[in-house]
Design a protein around this ligand. Structure first.
Ligand SMILES: Nc1ncnc2c1ncn2[C@@H]1O[C@H](COP(=O)(O)OP(=O)(O)OP(=O)(O)O)[C@@H](O)[C@H]1O
Length: 263
């Protein structure tokens, strides 16, 4: 398992639930190549059921690639289990929600019609459509065609479509980008409710401060995990005033460790 800049390891959040059986996500030695280049360099990870994990790191570090592996649309080498199964297998496909950066909704339908469609696909697992619309703040726009929505509103329809399917694992690629602070706070409250009800959430973000909403954060850089910790622990250990400064500190320490190992 890889050492990070804080002297900890990117691995089990809680030894009591570590391993393929107890983890919602279990990853060992994950490697991914895209376009002939290795993008992820041997990742280890366990996510506890009912937890929120923030996946934080600069653009291009491999966040989306990791998410693609978990939802079963990316080839990989190594061991990966999601909800106890191999990614992409029929046994888990309907139990995982994935919201990409590009909204995947039907623009010629209204928001409500989109949700009805995704609820129908989810069958017995489906949640209440009005509640999902309310959660993302779209009740007032529910019966307008999505083609008339702003980018942020369209993104919220996409999120509501994932929510309405009642997923056990929710993988969200930058769900709060372009949203106003009020909607953002409301969404984080919803994410917490989902986790409290037993769902596991992995949420990527560029915004370091969103780490305060997460149970744990994974700091990622250049296809490697630098730390798997909490926001407050990160501040405490680095002595930094802000999470941005703490992240830079971790990056510098990791660089020094690599240099030291290379000598
Ligand atoms: N099909 C591809 N062929 C070659 N390289 C790729 C391909 N897809 C992605 N990459 C590269 O893989 C790296 C990781 O990309 P990824 O989309 O996972 O990053 P990210 O952390 O999600 O970035 P962002 O925050 O900007 O969305 C990037 O350097 C990207 O250029």
């Amino acid at each position: 398992m890889m050492k990070n800049g804080l002297g900890a390891v990117a691995g089990p959040a809680d030894p009591a639930v570590a391993g393929a059986v107890g983890s919602a996500v279990h990853v060992r030695g994950l490697r991914v190549r895209r376009g002939g280049t290795e993008i992820l360099h041997g990742l280890d990870l366990d996510l506890r059921p009912g937890s929120i994990t923030g996946l934080l790191g600069p653009s291009g570090c491999g966040k989306t690639t990791l998410m693609r592996v978990l939802v079963g649309v990316q080839r990989y080498d190594g061991e990966v289990r999601v909800l106890g199964e191999r990614p992409g297998t029929p046994a888990v496909r309907g139990r995982i929600g994935y919201v990409t950066q590009a909204a995947a909704v039907y623009k010629d339908l209204t928001a409500r019609q989109n949700l009805r469609y995704f609820a129908a696909l989810a069958g017995a697992r489906a949640r209440d459509i009005d509640e999902a619309l309310d959660t993302v703040g779209l009740t007032g726009l529910a019966d307008r065609r999505v083609s008339t929505f702003s980018g942020g509103e369209t993104g919220r329809v996409s999120l509501a479509c994932a929510l309405v399917a009642g997923p056990e694992l929710l993988v969200l690629d930058e769900p709060t980008v372009g949203l106003d602070p009020l909607t953002r706070e409301g969404l984080w409250a919803t994410f917490r409710e989902l986790a409290d009800a037993g769902a596991t959430l992995l949420i990527s973000s560029h915004v370091m401060d969103e780490a305060f909403h997460c149970d744990r954060v994974l700091l990622m850089r250049s296809g490697r995990f630098l730390a798997y910790t909490t926001a407050s622990e990160l501040l405490e250990r680095t002595g930094a005033d802000t999470l941005d400064a703490a992240f830079l500190d971790v990056v510098r320490r990791a660089g020094r460790t690599e240099q030291g190992e290379g000598q």
